[in-house]
Design a protein around this ligand. Structure first.
Ligand code: HPA
Length: 245
């Protein structure tokens, strides 16, 4: 089964608006409790697991304090086959505006103090951080849904947090080729790789990165972000689970 991991505003998402919740699992892992996993029927009648990495009801763990090891270990315990996530990001690339969608194809990891090991060996062979079929499905789902501001590749720089970046840090990130900035995709994608779980991400620009807000002053961390992202990831899951006949 696939797992969808909700990011920005997932703690406000109304799952019933998207499908029927058929089961809930509270998985205890060597790193503590994972957030609840809910098994959800998709519009096409398939089933996926859904979890909110920041917890439910409110932002229980902000980006820098997400228990990635518990979450990924729970995914492994539930024998998930692949993972689609959404991640709110700051836009660095000058083309990006608030609300734009980016499906990253590469990562720069500027975290320093996150634990990216579960004790398993990384899955080999190494083919880059993101799941190609998952990325294609997200892109196709967004196009099918009529999303016009979609970038089908980009580099995500992960910062340590919990503080926001300085203007100079964002300028440095732009110089080394980063398009978006966030705090959650690492170590999530490294842990998934270690456990043999392919992962692809849908990034939604929630704000312009530090020092670049003059390009677009808006900020959107509202429940709409989650409703939209979950709808798109459910469509992508259906594309992966029910190949065209
Ligand atoms: N910086 C880091 N993480 C983020 C941002 C940002 O500007 N926006 C959303 N997540």
């Amino acid at each position: 089964m696939l797992l969808l991991i909700g990011g920005t505003a997932a703690y406000h998402v109304r799952l019933e608006a998207h499908g029927h919740v058929v089961e809930t699992r509270h998985v205890v892992t060597p790193w503590g409790m994972a957030p609840p996993f809910r098994r959800l029927a998709t519009p096409a009648g398939a089933e996926v697991w859904f979890t909110s990495r920041h917890g439910e009801g409110e932002l229980k763990r902000s980006a820098a304090f997400v228990n990635h090891r518990a979450l990924l270990w729970a995914a492994h315990t539930l024998q998930v086959d692949g993972i689609l996530t959404w991640n709110g990001v700051g836009g660095i690339n000058p083309l990006l505006r608030v609300g734009d969608l980016v499906v990253p194809d590469d990562l720069i990891d500027w975290t320093r103090a996150r634990t990216a090991r579960t004790g398993r060996r990384p899955a080999a062979p190494w083919s880059g951080p993101f799941w190609p079929a998952g990325r294609e499905a997200i892109v196709a789902a967004a196009r099918d849904a009529g999303e016009e501001r979609l970038f089908d590749a980009g580099t995500y720089v992960v910062t340590e947090g919990p503080r926001l970046e300085t203007v100079a840090e964002i300028e440095a990130a732009a110089l080394v080729g980063a398009d978006v900035v966030g705090m959650t995709l690492a170590p999530e994608v490294w842990l998934a790789a270690e456990l043999g779980l392919p992962l692809a991400s849908l990034c939604i620009v929630t704000n312009r990165a530090a020092g670049t807000a003059w390009r677009d002053e808006r900020r959107d961390f509202s429940p709409r972000v989650a409703q939209r992202a979950l709808g798109l990831l459910l469509r992508a899951a259906d594309l992966l689970l029910t190949p065209p006949s």
